[in-house]
Design a protein around this ligand. Structure first.
Ligand code: HQG
Length: 183
């Protein structure tokens, strides 16, 4: 991704997931912002966007982090919110094992409390090991926890999938880790 698109992507992640108020933007209950307002609010904070640039960021984003409404008038982040937005996700049956990448320095706490959303709305789980290790690397020396999602489902835990295919759940108690104790 080119540097300008990456910089805009980070800016959009910040305002659409965490701090719309930082630029005076309002999101609706579903987390949508009007593209025209986003452009206006950003300009007031020295960030020059255009419809064209926003469309390019949405289309080229490596993880498809953002979604435009069908009429192109609104935009939201597909996951990763710390704000309480309603993404209207249907509960879905996940594969029997999912992965969570984290850093070894968090393990003691994770073993005691399980995986918590830690400021976001959900715990984020990956469908494959390689994605999870990349997520873990963002935080330090990476480790991947394998999660017995089949047993979690049997026990009544709900799973959701974001529009960009990240698996989400509310809490993963440590008893569902398949490999946590020996790594
Ligand atoms: C850890 C990226 C201590 C958790 C990725 C993680 C993902 C605990 C960190 C998305 C804990 C939170 C989310 C506990 C969990 N004690 N630490 N009990 N429970 N943690 O960034 O999952 O590139 O909020 O292991 O692809 O790393 O931004 O979550 O290390 O989908 O689009 O607390 O962000 O997407 O970190 O990443 P984060 P995450 P984007």
């Amino acid at each position: 991704m080119d540097q300008q698109l990456k910089s805009v992507s980070k800016f959009l992640s910040y305002v659409l997931r965490h701090r719309p108020d930082a630029i005076g933007l309002e999101l609706d209950a579903g987390g949508w912002a009007a593209v025209s307002e986003l452009i206006q609010c950003a300009a007031q904070h020295d960030r020059i966007l255009s419809e064209d640039l926003i469309q390019q960021v949405v289309a080229s984003n490596d993880k498809q982090r953002f979604r435009l409404s069908p009429d192109g008038q609104s935009i939201r982040a597909s996951q990763g919110h710390s704000l309480p937005v309603n993404l209207d996700l249907q509960s879905l049956s996940p594969p029997p094992v999912l992965f969570h990448g984290t850093a070894t320095r968090f393990l003691t706490s994770i073993m005691a409390e399980g995986l918590l959303p830690s400021g976001r709305q959900y715990v984020h789980l990956s469908g494959d090991f390689d994605t999870a290790i990349a997520v873990g690397r963002r935080h330090g020396h990476p480790i991947v926890l394998e999660i017995d999602t089949q047993q979690m489902q049997i026990d009544g835990h709900q799973f959701y999938q974001s529009e960009n295919a990240v698996w989400l759940t509310h809490h993963v108690p440590a008893k569902y880790f398949l490999n946590g104790n020996n790594k």
